[in-house]
Design a protein around this ligand. Structure first.
Ligand SMILES: *Cc1c(COP(=O)(O)O)cnc(C)c1O
Length: 387
């Protein structure tokens, strides 16, 4: 009776319905399912941030509509955070805006810069929002493969010149979900130069910029020369401070690009609850030990899982960043078949790589959002099945 819009119909169907169904059945059968599917931290928000929120919510001035771009003090706290953590200087008045989670900003960016029939360039496999946001703006997402043999970095030479000419935005995401790959300066420079040469907005999703291990430091794209000419970087408190439910993120970088995004936002939302911004100021100004202790937990889990999977003969890299382990599927399975096998014979849930795009085939993603004890139990279960 009510036909969905053509653009909504173009967004790919949810791939995991069948797996969700299997999961439900297993739970009904009384199986103690271990779920490595969810990319949502299992740890609570640090206490000092929750306490700051309690104080902020009591203040009547925080009950009103916030400003569109975010409190100046929040934007100043973002600038301090970038300088302290990445050595990048930002003008809080022009080069920072608050977002209702980075997903919101990523999804809205194409509405600001993409016309009917324009291209965006999106990685494959990837977080689905780059693709969906493009479709909702009547754009055409052009997928570039991330291949293992290229360390899951795209090769810009593979993009046809007619696509490059009509491309408005290129989305990239390092440290990467789902592959957990990282980008070094040389690659970032290449991406910046490619986008400058072709007048394409470089939209970098830096959601995992602080979730790093073994002393590794992830690079902001804004650390590279000339990046401010074309780059907008999306960042978030969600993963850094276990705040996914709070809905706060931010975009930084080229002030003109930010202005376009803000123009969309002033027409569709009314900013981030000011109490959440005040608590986020406290979060961003936390001692660095807060982030270190969060990373330490994921690092221990990573070691337990990667070592366990390797003992089972699975081919898996030890990630330097993100809370994902991207594991090769053994010979003879597709990623969906292997996912079903793990669920059926061991009660273990993972995400099939193909759910992130066709080039995710051949891999499954484990999220490190379960404790070491549970990970050890999962590895024990896997030892008892034929892979
Ligand atoms: C979790 C995640 C985000 C963050 O989303 P928020 O809206 O800030 O909670 C962004 N990009 C990727 C790739 C993610 O995995």
């Amino acid at each position: 009776m009510f036909e969905l819009s053509e653009r909504l119909n173009k967004i790919p169907k949810y791939l995991f319905a069948e797996i969700d169904e299997m999961k439900k059945r297993k739970i009904q059968e009384g199986v103690d399912v271990i779920d490595f599917g969810v990319g949502d931290p299992d740890m609570p928000t640090p206490k000092h941030i929750v306490e700051a929120m309690k104080r902020a919510v009591e203040k009547p001035e925080n009950h009103k509509y916030p400003s569109y771009e975010g409190l100046l003090e929040f934007r100043q706290a973002v600038a301090e955070f970038y300088e302290r953590r990445k050595g990048v200087k930002l003008d809080p008045e022009r080069e920072v805006i608050a977002l209702i989670g980075s997903k919101e900003g990523i999804a809205h960016l194409p509405l600001a810069y993409v016309n009917d029939g324009d291209y965006t360039i999106v990685p494959d496999p990837a977080y689905p929002v780059y693709y969906a946001g493009t479709i909702l703006a009547d754009g055409i997402p052009y997928r570039i493969p991330l291949r293992k043999e290229n360390k899951f970095l795209p090769d810009f030479d593979e993009i046809p010149s007619d696509v490059t000419k009509k491309a408005k935005i290129m989305f990239l995401n390092y440290p990467n979900n789902p592959t957990s790959a990282v980008a070094e300066k040389e690659f970032i420079k290449e991406a910046v130069d490619f986008c400058i040469d072709n007048n394409i907005i470089l939209a970098h999703d830096f959601a995992y910029g602080e979730i790093t291990f073994d002393g590794y430091r992830a690079k902001s794209f804004l650390e590279v020369d000339n990046a401010f000419e074309i780059c907008i970087e999306f960042n978030s408190l969600s993963k850094t401070f276990n705040m996914t439910g709070w809905r706060i993120g931010f975009a930084v970088g080229n002030s003109e690009i930010l202005k376009g995004l803000l123009k969309v936002k002033t027409n569709v939302d009314s900013g981030v609850f000011q109490a959440v911004q005040e608590a986020s100021i406290v979060a961003l100004r936390s001692d660095d030990s807060v982030i270190e202790s969060i990373c330490k937990v994921y690092e221990e889990r990573r070691d337990a899982l990667v070592e366990g999977l390797r003992e089972l003969g699975l081919n898996v890299e030890k990630p330097k960043a993100t809370f994902y382990v991207w594991c090769e599927v053994p010979e003879g399975y597709t990623s969906i078949e292997f996912t079903k096998k793990l669920l059926d014979s061991a009660g273990i849930i993972v995400t099939p790589g193909v759910g992130f795009g066709e080039h995710g085939e051949g891999f499954v993603r484990f999220a490190l959002t379960r404790d070491v004890k549970t990970i050890t139990e999962a590895v024990e279960r896997l030892k008892n099945i034929e892979l």
